[in-house]
Design a protein around this ligand. Structure first.
Ligand code: MF3
Ligand code: CO
Length: 255
């Protein structure tokens, strides 16, 4: 069931979004060669503690997962697409890191992700990241009241396909509210003019993820969480939580 939020509820969600943005900025600042992923997890946890926010991901246990999620962030390195568990791995020069973070304030969630390269970058990785950012911007621009879900999906998919990237199948965005994952699904590819009508009060996470190898398939790691490209090429992920309002789309996961 799709639940629409009131302007007051969207204002409350903006506070959660602010904490998520701050945590992501702090993690990005801390991410350098030699730093471990668990250390980055602690950085995000600290920001949330100081803000009085609850980490949305920690302990999250959807039906498809073998264990409750053990981190505050997802840290997906190189060929990991999303849901990488922050472990003892230490970042190396040139790693492509995707950090995903969710926080709840007063029971309302925010969910966002950024991708970046640690140290000197392969220009092809920077192009991949620029593409998921461009697709996210295009998806947000399409999130207008009265438009259709397919307009968002088509905007995202078009950017990825035009560049020859893989667009991870069956894995995209979602509604956000009192639960981190709500209806409706927000597919990363689709046909303009189709699907759910976007109404003011709808709040969704838009999250393009592209792979350099051009394949849409992925595999789960033995941990049951990490999605990895089957061809081992690198992936990028960009995400914001966005409210559809009478005045147009409003990004909630900004500082
Ligand atoms: N942005 C990610 C998603 O919607 C957040 C996953 S949280 C996790 O899939 F706990 F499931 F990892
Ligand atoms: Co999400």
């Amino acid at each position: 069931m799709v639940e629409l939020k009131t302007p007051a509820e969207i204002a409350a969600m903006r506070e959660a979004g602010r904490v998520v943005a701050r945590a992501l900025a702090a993690v990005r600042e801390a991410a350098s060669t030699g730093v471990s992923l668990v250390e980055l997890d602690a950085v995000a946890a600290q920001v949330m503690t100081e803000a009085g926010a609850k980490p949305s991901f920690l302990g999250y246990h959807p039906r498809w997962a073998p264990t409750p999620y053990p981190g505050v962030i997802c840290a997906s390195v190189n060929d990991a697409i999303v849901h990488g568990i922050p472990g003892r791995y230490r970042l190396q020069e040139g790693d492509l890191l995707s950090i995903d973070c969710g926080a709840a304030v007063d029971g309302w969630h925010g969910d966002a992700a950024v991708s970046f390269v640690v140290g000197g970058a392969d220009p092809a990785d920077l192009a991949l990241i620029a593409a998921t950012e461009e697709a996210l911007a295009a998806g947000i621009a399409a999130a207008q009241p009265g438009a259709k879900m397919g307009d968002i999906s088509a905007a995202i998919g078009t950017v990825g396909r035009a560049a020859g990237y893989g667009v991870t199948e069956d894995h995209g965005g979602h509604g956000v509210g009192r639960a981190m994952h709500e209806d409706p699904p927000v597919p990363n590819d689709g046909r303009a003019g189709r699907g759910l009508r976007l109404r003011p009060g709808l709040v969704i996470a838009i999250e393009p993820m592209f792979t350099r190898g051009g394949l849409d398939q992925y595999r789960h790691d033995p941990d049951g969480w990490t999605l990895r490209t089957t061809d081992r090429t690198r992936a990028s992920h960009s995400e914001h939580t966005v409210a559809i309002t009478d005045a147009g789309p409003v990004v909630l996961t900004l500082p």
